[in-house]
Design a binder for this molecule. Structure first.
Ligand code: HAM
Length: 390
């Protein structure tokens, strides 16, 4: 048998119940409060992410599914959604300020393990155009509404990384510091020293923790305007009783951020989602000068921590006469009643057994024109009102 590609998943049965539930909660929160769904291509030119996420970032340098198509173009399977939406905004909505939502597969060549897949789903939102403090606030506040709708427990961590110039200065200082402690760093972090200094701060390797603990912090490099923006966001969060933890090491793995960065982390330290401001991304891509702020959630990571029971069908149709079954389907559709039916016309007894195994409440037998209530073990003559009323 041809094996399934490593790091990919089949989402079925209990997992698909979870997937559909998370997706429903996502759209119930975001699309019912101003965000409009956008679907961008899964295929993109490599250049888009090289410029936006940064050539030296882990995602671009190591994790992109990159290939040449038959026309000789260098394409990638998208590793994230933000860059494509910014490009869309520049092409079609440049003069406006829009709230976008998206939900779909992303691809990163990672070391596959629980919560880290090569093909995974992100649900995210972006506000793009001319932004203010309310834009940042609502992305965080709406994210919390989404996570709360799933009854999740999490911590919101926030940070400001200042302007891109501030970050460059900080990176230099950090480089000098790590260079002097090079011998105390893990191999993995030593590799990042020259091109990816900031990412050393993300290391979970215990060898690095002491060096990182004493490293210079970004807060000392933040310009006044960025600092004030950060202070006013914190006041807005406090005014709304939103709990947060400041984490000065939260620099995130994508180069396009400035000022605000944030993440939602569960009790086991799993990052459920993250985002921030990206006011220079359009400029970096040379497509405009508008601002952006957004967040993306790892949908499988959320599925891995929620508990959801398989839904049983309320009504299960059985019978051996296709015409009668088809007529009943029309009647139930008209009355907006959900139902299940056997995949093929097996013996009536085994159809009945399937209904029982699925936990159906009512079995409608089209051969006998009866409704059997499996919960109360009663049987009545068929009458659609019975199914409507209960
Ligand atoms: P990111 O932090 O790279 O940000 O990804 C967002 C979320 O996607 C992560 O917090 C995690 O939950 C999930 N995720 C990432 N990689 C994997 C993986 N290999 N397997 C499973 N889940 C994963 C972004 O992608 C930005 N575009 C977020 C953003 C939107 N910033 C502004 N707007």
């Amino acid at each position: 048998m041809i094996e399934q590609v490593k790091g990919t998943q089949n989402i079925y049965q209990n997992d698909s119940e979870k997937y559909l539930h998370v997706r429903k909660c996502f759209f119930d929160v975001f699309n019912k409060s101003g965000y409009s769904y956008i679907q961008t291509p899964h295929l993109e030119h490599s250049e888009l992410f090289e410029k936006s996420i940064g050539e030296n970032s882990e995602i671009v340098s190591k994790q992109m599914y990159q290939f040449n198509d038959k026309g000789g173009r260098t394409l990638v399977l998208r590793p994230e959604g933000t860059s494509s939406i910014v490009r869309y905004h520049a092409q079609n909505q440049k003069e406006l300020t829009n709230q976008y939502s998206y939900f779909g597969q992303m691809f990163r060549y990672e070391n596959p393990q629980k919560n880290r897949y090569r093909e995974f789903t992100q649900g995210g939102v972006e506000i793009i155009g001319n932004l203010d403090a309310f834009s940042d606030f609502q992305v965080i506040n709406d994210s919390i509404r989404f996570l709360n709708s799933l009854n999740l427990t999490f911590t919101l961590e926030i940070n400001t990384i200042g302007s891109i110039d501030d970050r460059e200065l900080y990176s230099k200082e950090l480089y000098t510091y790590f260079k002097t402690h090079e011998n105390d760093l893990s191999d993995e972090s030593r590799e990042k020293l020259d091109l990816n200094t900031l990412r050393i701060l993300d290391s979970n390797n215990s060898l690095d923790s002491n060096v990182i603990k004493h490293a210079p912090v970004i807060s000392n490099f933040i310009n006044d305007i960025s600092f004030q923006k950060y202070e006013s966001l914190k006041s807005l969060l406090n005014n709304s009783n939103i709990k947060f933890k400041e984490n000065t090491r939260l620099v995130r793995g994508l180069d396009y951020y400035n000022d605000l960065t944030f993440e939602f982390i569960n009790n086991d330290g799993v990052v459920l989602g993250g985002g921030g401001r990206y006011d220079r991304l359009a400029e970096i891509l040379n497509i405009g000068t508008f601002n952006g702020v957004g967040v993306a959630f790892g949908i499988e990571r959320i599925m891995n921590i929620i508990d959801i029971k398989n839904k049983s069908p309320k009504v299960y149709i059985i019978g051996t006469d296709i015409d009668k079954i088809a007529q009943l389907c029309i009647l139930l559709d008209k009355n907006d009643i959900d139902y299940s039916k056997p995949p093929r016309l097996s013996k009536i007894n085994s159809q009945f057994k399937s209904a029982k195994n699925l936990g159906a409440k009512y079995v409608v037998n089209t051969d006998e024109d009866t409704i059997k209530d499996l919960e109360n073990n009663t049987s009545v003559e068929f009458n659609v009102e019975v199914l409507i009323e209960n």
